[in-house]
Design a protein around this ligand. Structure first.
Ligand code: ZN
Length: 83
């Protein structure tokens, strides 16, 4: 059962707090800034795609299993489908 009234706090993306409503925006902002980081030598390797940014094995996105506000179990599959 989804809690429609809570904008669930779902984790951190490169240190920024991420909610269900802004994860798309946060992922997109990282995707857009990467070429700039690359140009300044801050980014090692190649810019990542959105799917790679949200891949928790890469360590950009730390995911909560449950929302700390409403306690709902987070459905990561459906969250990531909308990115
Ligand atoms: Zn919640």
């Amino acid at each position: 059962m989804e809690n429609k009234n809570c904008d669930c706090f779902i984790g951190f993306l490169s240190g920024e707090q991420v909610n269900k409503s802004n994860i798309g925006y946060e992922v997109e902002s990282i995707e857009k800034i990467q070429p700039t980081f690359k140009a300044y030598g801050i980014l090692k390797g190649e810019p990542l795609s959105k799917k790679q940014i949200v891949d928790n094995r890469r360590g950009y996105l730390s995911r909560f299993a449950f929302c700390p506000h409403c306690g709902e179990k987070l459905n990561w599959k459906s969250i990531l489908e909308n990115i």
